[in-house]
Design a binder for this molecule. Structure first.
Ligand code: A3P
Length: 832
C-alpha cells in the first residue's frame, strides 16, 4: 500500500514531457515484442535448414534400426496372434473420398476391416473379445479425430494399442481453416500446412519399405497445394517420403511429407501421411505401412504373376489388324519383356474362321504370326467368334469347336495349354454347363478366365472358382479395348493412358493382385501397338518403384497357383442371374428368377420356427416351398451339400410363377441360423430377401432340447449334460446351445408382427391353427411338449451361460430399432 502511494507521488512529480517519452518507449517495446512473436517464433515452426535435408544428402538420411522394447508396451507383438487380423478404419463419413480409397485398398488386398465413423465423443467400438484384441491395426482418415478425442476414449485406445502392439496409420489433410504451422496436440511433432510440393523421394533407410523401392526421384509437382509436412527433433520420427516445397524461396530444402513414428514417444508405432491417397506413391507406402505395422500379418508377398491374353488374334476389321512390322514388334517386345519376366510369353486366342480376313498386307501379318507359332502360347475361342450361350444344342456347340480344332491342327498351332476363353464376357458359370462339357470333350480344357465373376465391376472383387472340374481364373482389364488403337485418340488423351500405367489402375492391379491375367485384343497390337507400349511402360514403372518379383506361368500352372493362394475361392457362389444385365443376357430364356424365395425363416431349432412357418404359409399372399423328403421337409440349400446341386435344383422346390397364385415364396431351414456359410451364400443369391428368426428364450430352448435328448444321459444333471454337450464338436450339439451372439452375421433380424388365423390353445399351451367353426389344430406330439420345471441350479447356470450373448443381442436390437422380446427384457432386468 505504502509502495503504491510513493509511486503515485513520484508520477505527479515527473514533468509532462518525460511522461510522453516514457509512454513512447513503452510503445516501441510492445511493437518489438509483438514482431518477435509474430516473426521469430513462427519462423521456428517452419522447416529450417537444419530440419530439412538438402536433396543431395537424401541418401544419407540418418536412420535408426527399429528399437526393441521389452515388455508389453512399444513393440509389435511378435507372435502376432493376440489380435484378429482385422483393420479398424475410422472414416469421416460413409461417403468420404479418402475413407473409400482406404477401404478399396484393403478390399483389393483381401484384408479384413471394419469401418466406423470417427466418433466426436464417446462410442469407441469394443476393442476386445475376451482376452483377444479384435483389431490388428487402427487407421484414422483424419488424425485430428484421434488427437482431439475425449481423454477417456483416447486412454482406452492408446492402452489397447500398447498392450496388443497395435500400430496406427493416419492422415492429415489440411483445409482452408488449418493453421499454417502448429504442433500436433500431445506430440513433439510440428505440422506446416497448405503447401505445394514437388520432386518426391523415398527415404531408402526407412524401416517400413517392403514393396516400395527407393531409387528414383518423382519429378514434378505432387497433386494439390494443400500438403502438410512434418518437423520434429524427437528421435521417434523417421521420414518416409520427402519432397521440396514449390515456392521459389525454399529451393534446396526437402521436407518430410510422410513420417514414421517408431513408438519411442508413447509406445505406439504410427505412420502419418501429410496428404490423402490421391498421390499414387502414398498408396504404395500405405501398403507397406500395413505390412510393417502388422509385422507382415497383412502383407502380400513380392511375387507377382502376369499373363497377357491377346484375344481374337485373327478377328478384326481391315485396317485394325497386325501387319508384318507389328508381328515383328510383338516378338521383339516379348524378348525384351523376358529379360525382366523370365519366360514371358504372349497368350494368343484364335477363331480360325477369321484367318486371312484382312488386307493383303495384314494377311502377310497373319502368315508371319503363324510362322512364329512356337514362340507364343495359343488358346481357342469359338471357331466363328460366336457366343457359346447362343447354342442350345451341345453337339452343335462341340461341332463348332471341332472346326477350330482342325484349323489349329492344319496350321500347326500348339494347343496343349488346356486353356480356353469364351468371347464377349460370357465366362459366367451358371449358364455354361454345356460350354464346359463341350470344352472338355473337344479340347480337354481345364482352365479358363473371366472378368465377369462375380461381376465386371468393381474389378477388385473379381474372383476365381472351380466348376465342373474347370478352374476359372479372374481376368483383368488394362485400359485397352478393341477401339483403343491410336495413342493420340486414347479417351482422355495419351496422358490418360500414361496415368493408368504410372501409379494408376493398371499399376494398382499388379500391386494388389498376386496373379494378373490381362485381357487385350488384336487391334491393340496393330497401328500404334498400344499393347506393347502399355506393358513395356508398366514393366519399367514396376521395376523403378517396386521390389516386386515379376514372373509368368502357363495357364494350367497359374490356375494351380491361384487356388493354392486362395483355396477358399474354389467353391462358386451362386448369384441371381437377373441381378446383372450381362448375366441376364446369357441366362436361359426358359428360366425365370421369380422362382426364388423372397423370405427365409432361418431358425434356430426349438424356437417355434415350424409353427411360424406353418402359420405364414396360411397367409394367402405367401407360398412355402415343397417339402424335401431328405431333410425333415426343409430344403437346407444354403447350409450344406445341397448347395453344390445348383440354383436349378433349388428353384425346383418352388412352384412356377402363375398369374393366379402368389409368387411371394419363402422357405424355412433351421440349419441356416448358425451357419456362416449359409449367410454368405444367401446374401449372394437373394440379396434383398427378408430374414426371419425367432428369438425365444435360449434357456427354455436348451431345456427343451435336454428333455428330448437325454436318453443316454438320463441320470445326469442338466449342468453335467450341458458341459458334456458343449465339448462335442458335432454340429448338432453345438446348435442346441447356440446363443444369439452370432447375430453379428449378415442375417438381419425381423419379427413377424402378428400371427394371423391362429389362436392360443390353453390345452396345448401354444398357438394353433384356427379352423372354421372355432376349433384349433395344433402341431403333433413331438412339438410343444410339457416338461417338469427346471431346477434352480440349472436355471442359474444357463442364465449365466447366455448372459454376455444376450447383452450383445439387446444392443444389436436396440441399434436396429427392433423390439426386445419379453424374455430378454426380463433377463436384462435381472442382470446386476
Ligand atoms: P418342444 O416340442 O420341445 O416343446 P422348432 O419347430 O423350431 O424346432 O421348435 C419347436 C418348439 O416350438 C417346441 O418345442 C415348442 O416349445 C415351440 N412352439 C412354439 N409355438 C408352438 C406351437 N404353436 N405348437 C407347438 N410348439 C410350439
Amino acid at each position: 500500500m505504502l509502495g503504491v502511494l510513493r509511486l503515485r507521488r513520484l508520477v505527479r512529480q515527473v514533468p509532462l514531457q518525460t511522461s510522453f517519452i516514457f509512454l513512447f518507449l513503452l510503445c516501441v517495446l510492445s511493437v518489438f515484442l509483438s514482431s518477435y512473436f509474430l516473426f521469430v517464433v513462427k519462423r521456428e515452426l517452419e522447416p529450417s535448414l537444419a530440419a530439412g535435408h538438402a536433396v543431395g544428402d537424401l541418401y544419407v538420411t540418418p536412420s535408426r534400426p527399429l528399437p526393441f522394447l521389452s515388455g508389453v508396451g512399444g513393440t509389435l507383438s511378435s507372435d502376432g496372434s493376440r489380435t484378429d487380423p482385422v483393420v479398424l478404419v475410422f472414416v469421416e463419413s460413409p461417403y468420404s473420398q479418402l475413407g473409400q480409397e482406404i477401404v478399396a485398398i484393403l478390399e483389393s488386398a483381401r484384408f479384413r476391416y471394419r469401418t466406423e465413423i470417427s466418433p466426436g465423443k464417446g462410442d469407441m467400438p469394443t476393442l476386445m473379445d475376451g482376452q483377444r484384441g479384435r483389431f490388428v491395426l487402427i487407421v484414422y482418415e483424419n488424425i485430428l479425430k484421434y488427437v482431439n478425442m475425449d481423454a477417456w476414449n483416447r486412454e482406452l485406445l492408446d492402452r489397447y494399442c500398447i498392450e496388443f502392439g497395435v500400430g496406427m496409420i493416419s492422415f492429415f489433410k489440411a483445409n482452408e481453416n488449418s493453421l499454417l504451422s502448429a504442433q500436433l496436440k500431445g506430440f513433439p511433432l510440428f505440422l506446416h500446412s497448405n503447401l505445394g510440393l514437388m520432386d518426391c523421394t523415398v527415404n531408402p533407410k526407412s524401416p517400413l519399405l517392403h514393396v516400395t523401392r527407393a531409387r528414383q526421384v518423382f519429378n514434378g509437382p505432387l497433386p494439390g497445394d494443400d500438403w502438410t509436412v512434418f518437423q520434429s527433433n524427437h528421435s521417434t520420427y523417421e521420414p518416409v517420403l520427402l519432397a521440396k516445397t514449390r515456392s521459389a524461396e525454399s529451393t534446396g530444402l526437402i521436407h518430410t511429407s510422410v513420417v514414421q513414428d517408431l513408438g519411442l514417444h508413447d509406445g505406439i508405432q504410427r505412420v502419418l501421411f501429410g496428404h490423402n491417397l490421391s498421390f499414387w506413391l502414398h498408396k504404395l507406402v500405405f501398403v507397406d505401412a500395413l505390412s510393417f505395422l502388422t509385422t507382415k500379418r497383412l502383407s502380400l508377398s513380392l511375387e507377382r504373376f502376369i499373363l497377357v491374353d491377346i484375344d481374337d488374334i485373327f478377328v478384326g476389321k481391315e485396317g485394325t489388324r497386325m501387319k508384318v512390322a507389328d508381328v515383328k514388334a510383338l516378338v521383339e517386345t516379348q524378348n525384351e519383356l523376358r529379360r525382366s519376366i523370365p519366360g514371358f510369353t504372349f497368350n494368343l486366342g484364335f477363331s480360325g474362321k477369321f484367318f486371312h480376313a484382312g488386307t493383303d498386307e495384314e494377311d502377310r501379318g497373319d502368315d508371319l504370326l503363324l510362322s512364329y507359332a512356337d514362340e507364343f502360347w495359343w488358346f481357342p475361342h469359338m471357331w466363328s467368334h460366336m457366343q457359346p450361350h447362343g447354342f442350345h444344342n451341345q453337339s452343335v456347340l462341340a461341332e463348332q469347336m471341332m472346326l477350330n480344332r482342325r484349323f489349329a491342327e492344319d496350321h500347326s498351332i500348339p494347343t496343349h495349354l488346356g486353356y480356353a476363353v469364351a468371347p464377349h464376357h460370357s465366362g459366367v458359370y451358371p449358364v455354361h454347363i454345356q460350354l464346359y462339357e463341350a470344352w472338355k470333350r473337344v479340347w480337354d480344357i481345364r482352365v479358363t478366365s473371366t472378368e465377369e465373376y462375380p461381376h465386371l465391376k468393381p474389378a477388385r472383387f473379381r474372383r476365381g472358382f472351380i466348376h465342373r472340374g474347370i478352374r476359372v481364373l479372374p481376368r483383368q482389364t488394362c485400359g485397352l479395348f478393341t477401339h483403343t488403337i491410336f495413342h493420340k485418340e486414347y479417351p482422355g488423351g495419351p496422358q490418360e493412358l500414361e496415368r493408368i500405367i504410372d501409379g494408376g489402375e493398371l499399376f494398382l492391379t499388379v500391386l494388389l493382385n498376386p496373379i494378373s491375367i490381362f485381357m487385350t485384343h488384336l487391334s491393340n497390337y496393330g497401328n500404334d501397338c498400344l499393347g506393347l507400349f502399355t506393358f513395356k511402360r508398366l514393366l519399367n514403372f514396376l521395376l523403378t518403384w517396386t521390389h516386386l518379383k515379376l514372373q509368368t506361368l502357363p495357364p494350367l500352372q497359374l490356375g494351380n497357383k491361384y487356388f493354392q493362394l486362395f483355396p477358399s475361392d474354389a467353391e462358386p457362389l451362386w448369384q441371381d442371374p437377373c441381378e446383372d444385365k450381362r448375366h441376364k443376357d446369357i441366362w436361359s430364356k426358359e428360366k425365370t428368377c421369380d422362382r426364388f424365395p423372397k423370405l427365409l425363416l432361418i431358425g434356430p431349432q426349438k424356437t417355434g420356427a415350424t409353427a411360424l412357418y406353418l402359420f405364414l404359409g396360411m397367409h394367402p399372399d405367401l407360398s412355402s416351398n415343397y417339402p424335401s423328403k431328405e431333410t425333415f421337409e426343409e430344403i437346407q440349400f444354403f447350409s450344406g451339400h445341397n448347395y453344390q446341386r445348383g440354383i436349378d435344383w433349388y428353384m425346383e422346390y418352388f412352384p412356377l410363377p402363375s398369374n393366379s397364385g402368389s409368387d411371394y415364396y419363402f422357405e424355412k431351414s433351421a440349419s441356416y441360423f448358425d451357419s456362416d456359410v449359409a449367410a454368405v451364400r444367401a446374401a449372394a443369391l437373394l440379396p434383398r430377401a427378408k430374414i426371419i428368426t425367432v428369438l425365444s428364450d435360449p434357456v427354455d430352448r436348451a431345456y427343451a432340447w435336454y428333455q428330448v435328448h437325454t436318453t443316454p444321459f438320463t441320470s445326469d444333471q442338466l449342468t453335467f449334460f450341458i458341459n458334456k454337450a458343449l465339448k462335442q464338436t458335432h454340429i448338432l450339439w453345438r446348435r442346441i446351445f447356440a446363443s444369439y451372439r452370432m447375430f453379428s452375421s449378415p442375417f438381419y433380424t425381423f419379427f413377424f408382427p402378428q400371427m394371423m388365423f391362429c389362436r392360443f390353445d390353453p390345452k396345448k399351451g401354444f398357438w394353433c391353427h384356427l379352423l372354421d367353426g372355432g376349433k384349433t389344430t395344433c402341431l403333433g406330439k413331438s412339438k410343444g411338449q410339457r416338461y417338469a420345471d427346471m431346477d434352480i441350479q440349472s436355471q442359474v447356470f444357463l442364465r449365466n451361460y447366455y448372459r454376455d450373448a444376450n447383452i450383445q443381442l439387446s444392443k444389436l436390437l436396440y441399434k436396429t430399432g427392433q423390439v426386445l422380446p419379453g424374455w430378454l427384457r426380463e433377463d436384462l432386468l435381472n442382470i446386476r
